[in-house]
Ligand binder design. Structure first.
Ligand code: GLY
Ligand code: MN
Ligand code: MN
Length: 428
């Protein structure tokens, strides 16, 4: 775990960097942590509180009601709510370091007439400002390269994930349920130092492995099933987001292996392309072309891979983007560069981020090939891609499910660093 001095130094540096990037003259900024959200119909219960990621990045605290304020003339102030007796008694809350939140009104009164921009969560009594989108975009850009504290947490999250995957892989056999795999995987994440899971664990077996965000259920693994696990531990708000696909012993091995080798080759080449200056959209499109070439080689598609990708044929089998920024949460400061708009093309509409990579960025690389019945049984698509898809061959595999391989990659000045390298991808 990092020392308090290291965290304090990182926060100072983050604040300096974002203040320099904003280059404000008269405008002041408030960044809200947010308030607990009541569970509808849940009487006095709230959802577990997490500070808004913009606040957390600046303050490194889970502190409901807190606000970080910035005035370019006088600097940063941390306003924290006074802890009530009930909070001390029921939740064990302690005083957070900072200035009492009750003094925020006076701080603002002393700056009356100046533009106030609210970032993070909304703050009661503060109207939205027209400049918020611009300042948020600037902050997102500053947040993208990870500092040593952030990378340290991601490494610990990934170590916990690796322990969990080790346990899960050893369990895979006919007769085990998706739920049983989830339970042991998540328990090991926690035993190995994770605070919680970074997102809802996906364990999809057989046909369930083709549901992109599947919630594990009672299905029992059958011999030869694809077993797709997409899960990650989280440490101090920093996420790991990993997918591995295994094959249960028994059954037909050839088709799984062939598809797996295609996905793995595409994944490894895409990881190698994660270098500074590379446009993420290009990494995605190259991966789409290579996946398509693999499907042509396997006799599932017909034609020139480039033409097929231009027609979005690949999106029948690879309907999502190649990855997303990961770090402070499973979806970190991604998005599109200002001026870039999301394409509506089936092969690009799910691209979560469109920007050039820079040193320090941490991004997932997660190609997949899936047999998704709602897409592959659709009569309109069958008609449109009559020539391009070997439908008879596809129909043999409609129950196969899918294969995805996902790693977390740290872009550096040199070769990309695979933060999830300890979780094996090679077929045994
Ligand atoms: N874990 C969900 C995703 O990879 O996007
Ligand atoms: Mn994932
Ligand atoms: Mn992901």
């Amino acid at each position: 775990m990092e020392s308090p001095t290291a965290i304090a130094a990182a926060l100072t540096r983050r604040r300096e960097r974002v203040a320099a990037a904003w280059a404000l003259d008269d405008t002041v900024v408030l960044v809200g942590a947010g308030e607990p959200v009541p569970i509808p119909g849940g009487a006095d219960q709230t959802y577990p509180f997490i500070s808004h990621s913009e606040y957390f990045w600046l303050a490194d605290m889970e502190c409901p009601g807190a606000v970080v304020a910035f005035d370019p003339a006088s600097g940063w102030v941390d306003f924290v709510p006074e802890v009530t007796e009930a909070e001390r008694v029921w939740e064990g809350r302690r005083d957070a370091p900072g200035t009492p939140r009750s003094q925020l009104a006076d701080w603002l009164a002393a700056r009356r007439g100046r533009d106030v921009v609210v970032l993070g969560s909304p703050i009661e009594g503060q109207a939205p400002s027209a400049r918020a989108a611009e300042l948020r975009e600037t902050m997102m850009h500053v947040r993208r390269p990870k500092d040593a504290v952030e990378l340290g947490r991601m490494r610990r999250a990934n170590a916990a994930s690796a322990a969990g995957y080790g346990v899960a892989q050893r369990m895979i056999a006919a007769g085990v349920t998706e739920r049983a795999i989830q339970i042991e995987l998540e328990a090991e994440f926690l035993r190995a130092g994770g605070d919680c899971t970074a997102y809802g664990t996906i364990v999809g077996t057989g046909p369930d492995s083709a549901v992109l965000h599947f919630s594990p259920g009672a299905r029992v693994v059958k011999p030869g099933d694809a077993v797709l696990i997409d899960a990650g531990a989280q440490v101090q708000r920093y996420a790991s987001d990993v997918t591995r696909t295994y094959q249960a012993p028994g059954g037909d091995r050839g088709f799984f292996r062939d598809l797996y080798q295609v996905v793995l080759g595409v994944e490894q080449r895409a990881v190698a392309r994660c270098t500074p200056g590379t446009e993420w959209r290009e990494v995605h499109l190259r991966a789409a072309i290579e996946l398509t070439a693999g499907l042509v080689d396997l006799g599932l598609l017909r034609g020139e891979p480039l033409d097929l990708v231009d027609r979005d044929v690949h999106a029948l089998f690879f309907p999502h983007g190649l990855g997303h920024l990961v770090g402070l949460g499973v979806r970190d400061a991604g998005g599109y560069l200002p001026g870039r708009v999301r394409s509506e093309r089936p092969g690009l509409k799910n691209l979560r981020t469109d920007l050039p990579l820079e040193p320090g960025y941490t991004i997932t690389v997660e190609p997949g090939i899936y047999f998704i019945p709602p897409l592959l049984r659709d009569p309109d698509r069958r008609a449109e891609f009559k020539d391009a898809v070997n439908w008879a061959r596809v129909d043999e595999h409609l129950e196969f499910g899918g294969i995805r391989i996902e790693d977390n990659v740290h872009v550096t000045d040199g070769a990309p660093e695979v933060l999830t390298a300890a979780i094996p991808t090679a077929l045994s």
